[in-house]
Design a protein around this ligand. Sequence first.
Ligand code: 9MR
Length: 543
Amino acid sequence: TSTTLSEAIRINQVGFYPNSVKQFVVASNNGTNFTIIDAKNEKVFSGELRDEGVWEASGENVLLGDFSKLTAEGNYRVVVDDSLHSYEFEIKKGIYKDALNASIKSYYYQRASMPIEEKFGGVYKREAGHLDDNCSFHPSTGKTEGTLNSPGGWYDAGDYGKYIVNAALSTGQMLQLLEQYPNAIVDGALNIPESGNGNSDLMDELKYELDWIITMQANDGGVFHKLTAKNFSGFIMPNEFDLERMIIGKGTAATLNYAAVLAQASRLYKNSDKDWSIKALEAAKKAWNWALKNPDVAYSNPKDVSTGAYDDTIFSDDFYWAATELYLATNEDEYVTYLNENEQPYIHELTNSWKFFIRNNAFHSLLENKNVLEKEFASTLLKNQVKLANEILAAIDTNPYNIALDRFEWGSNSDILNQAMILCMTHRFTGDEKYIQGAEQITDYIFGKNATGYSFLTGFGSKKVMHVHHRPSGADGIEDPIPGFIAGGPNKDKQDSAQVEYTSEYPAKSFADVQASFASNEVCINWNAPAVYVLGYLQENRK
Ligand code: 9MR
């Protein structure tokens, strides 16, 4: 019998490791049985759909199918009640390797101040933009004369800005993959200019950002907030940018996040680049001391500036992350005393992860290095980590899609990936299989088992996002967007609704694959970073 492709069947379109949990959903009121067919249309598995009821966030009745017991490698489709079939997917060892590499290589394509050469970037070759030398100071920096050389680093997102707060968070998250699995991304894996130098390509890519970050410090130790023009540009290529780039703002959050990530990197680059490592640690300490003297300098956009704000007003979590990394880098009492006297709530705050995931970065680094902590401190941290992870698993259990996200705001895909990151970490620290299975169910969401049916990683999946809000992808004249980017995801607030037509009022469906949708379809370094960690973690642990 012939079957028709159904968009109501939502499944991870990239695929599964042989030993992964394997599920899909059907957004429908009726459906009873399913089969899995292989590339030759042979039935290899059959099962029953379970009615999960209506999911409030999407307004759909959800049926769930589980075929985890199917472990043979191959290309497959789901068939529901002998009449509807899904997109094709694969079961394979090493299944996320390409997605992982692409999600890291996307940062290479975001590099400011250098060309993307054809031998590394293929069709996405482009000229250099934004040299960022001799940048003048906006009055909000407290400086009126002089200039700063601040080349390099990655563009933050679909815009061409460079922002310290978000740069530090994102780099910090990916440094954790490098710390835990230094060989996950071998030299040459990404085909970037540094390939062949003997270091992991992940290490090299992160260093490109770190080398920019380190330039953003004032003589007194404080750190400037961002390097952007006053306003966003149109959808042009980097070399066509003609607005003046300036150093803007200086504040406590940028200074502490700078201290944290440079201290963290000083520890991890000690062997590969000793001089740099020493320099980074000095800069980090100087930043910390500035923050102690200036503990509440909040950044907000000056009246004449409309680029991203990344404005934070509470700094206790930023102090905590900086103290953590400085302690791990130096073993000095000052920092552990700070940690002991300034406990942080052990929570994961959803939305604005650039503001809040700071504290989870700290917890993860501390737990990874628990051998240098006092026993009681370490065991309290672990207990709290497990509690947090169990809350995420409990939410997965009661959700029809088997995810833990029930709020869909700006960058919701980073929220859900950060939940997966917490589960991966908990798996690492406890060895309990249920946590990695939770992370896999969340990964399924990103690759298509979601209420929009899209795979949110550019270049991957059958129904993949195509029109991301990303200036080079929009301006380069190439149909396919640059691969390896995570789109922002459903956002019930639709801040772009003046320009964008959304087809659903439901939060989990508030997504539009159109270039104008900066509120649901932009790309951003802190949305990719947890994807890098999670895909790396699964690739290393599932093989
Ligand atoms: O990710 C940020 C989100 O949490 C905020 O609600 C939003 C509005 O302030 O800004 C997002 O960050 C953007 C940044 O300000 C500029 N570059 C693009 C970022 C992603 O949209």
